[in-house]
Design a protein around this ligand. Structure first.
Ligand code: XMP
Length: 327
């Protein structure tokens, strides 16, 4: 690749013109690097892998194969959006794998947070590797590495997650077309490549997905309660102008039930916890001051629309002492 490191004098990409210039330069570089070979990409639907997919579709078209693994822990509407944007609109070569049952079966009864994360990570690699082995003639692996990933791994803050863990028989060369970009630049480039704003500007979402928002052993009913309550929260934040203003907001459904009452009868059901925080670097975070009338609307909607939920709580804890996620 022409640029392996971000040049010290590189102008920050802040305008459509700068983004277009970067895209054109990268497309030439990608074509030179890849030639007529084939590229495989794990497409999560997150910002970075989506932008890499859009860039590679533009550069090499059908020689890119995207694999979207649905681990069953995605938010409501996410796998559908990946299929609609990439397969239907961008005409990508997209393999969609619904591995929900595989993941949930492996996770059944597992309550330790780190064990849950490890199972999800390992199973993800396993499913992706199985798909890769079914394909012929793949030489490259596309990756959504960005500049902060490289800086952080150099400083020893976090391991470079990319490429890590694929079995040895899958000996791919890497293609990393956004690796000299900062996150804000990746978003502008994504917009110029035609990706929808809600994909490019979406809030951070952890790799283990809703799995870390279902503390304790994951069950299908609680997972459904997390997914449905999260969808209501996102809808109402958008309706009330908070989308894009609050850094991260989501719901959590812990493994406990409490007594309630509905239609004159006793209930014994789950509680939904709402979390909404602001931060610049996720190292510390402040709790968002949600208007009381919006809070009341959320309680009303969640307790009437989400099955098995009779109570809604708000998490007032900053980071520290709490982390942003619960696990
Ligand atoms: P915590 O919970 O550590 O989270 O305060 C800080 C930020 O990182 C996100 N997060 C993750 N992102 N994979 C990711 O890609 C993960 O395993 C993961 N865990 C936490 C979290 O959503 C928050 O934005």
């Amino acid at each position: 690749m022409a640029n392996d490191r971000r040049p010290d004098d590189m102008v920050r990409i802040t305008t459509p013109e700068l983004a277009d210039a970067f895209i054109n330069e990268q497309i030439d570089a990608l074509r030179a690097q890849i030639g007529d070979n084939k590229v495989l990409l794990a497409l999560s639907g997150g910002v970075d892998s989506s932008v890499v997919a859009a860039m590679l579709i533009k550069a090499i078209g059908d020689n890119l194969t995207c694999v979207h693994v649905n681990h069953g822990l995605l938010r409501k509407g996410e796998p559908e959006q990946v299929i609609s944007v990439f397969r239907d609109q961008m005409k990508a070569n997209l393999i969609y794998v619904d591995a929900t049952d595989r993941f949930l079966d492996k996770l059944a009864g597992v309550s330790d947070p780190e064990t849950k994360r490890k199972i999800i990570g390992a199973e993800f690699i396993e499913v992706f590797a199985e798909e890769a082995r079914k394909l012929d003639g793949i030489k490259f692996l596309g990756q959504g590495t960005i500049w902060p990933d490289i800086l952080e791994s150099e400083k020893g803050i976090k391991a470079h997650h990319n490429a890590g863990g694929l079995p040895e028989d899958l000996n791919f060369e890497l293609v990393e077309p956004v690796k000299i970009l900062f996150k804000d630049e990746v978003r502008i480039v994504g917009e110029r490549l035609g990706l929808p704003a809600n994909m490019v500007y979406r809030q951070p979402f952890p790799g283990p997905g809703l799995g870390v928002r279902c503390p304790g052993a994951i069950t299908r009913d609680r997972l459904e309660a997390v997914r449905e309550s999260d969808a209501i929260l996102r809808e109402e934040f958008a309706n009330h102008g908070l989308e894009g203003k609050v850094w991260q907001y989501f719901t959590v459904v812990p493994d406990f039930k409490s007594t309630g009452i509905r239609d004159g009868a006793r209930t014994f059901e789950w509680a939904v916890i709402i979390r909404a925080v602001n931060t610049t670097d996720a190292m510390s975070a402040e709790v968002e001051n949600i208007p009381f009338d919006l809070m009341q609307l959320l309680v009303k909607r969640i307790t009437t629309e989400v099955k098995g939920v009779n109570r809604v709580l708000y998490d007032f804890t900053p980071k520290p002492s709490g982390t942003i996620e619960f696990e």
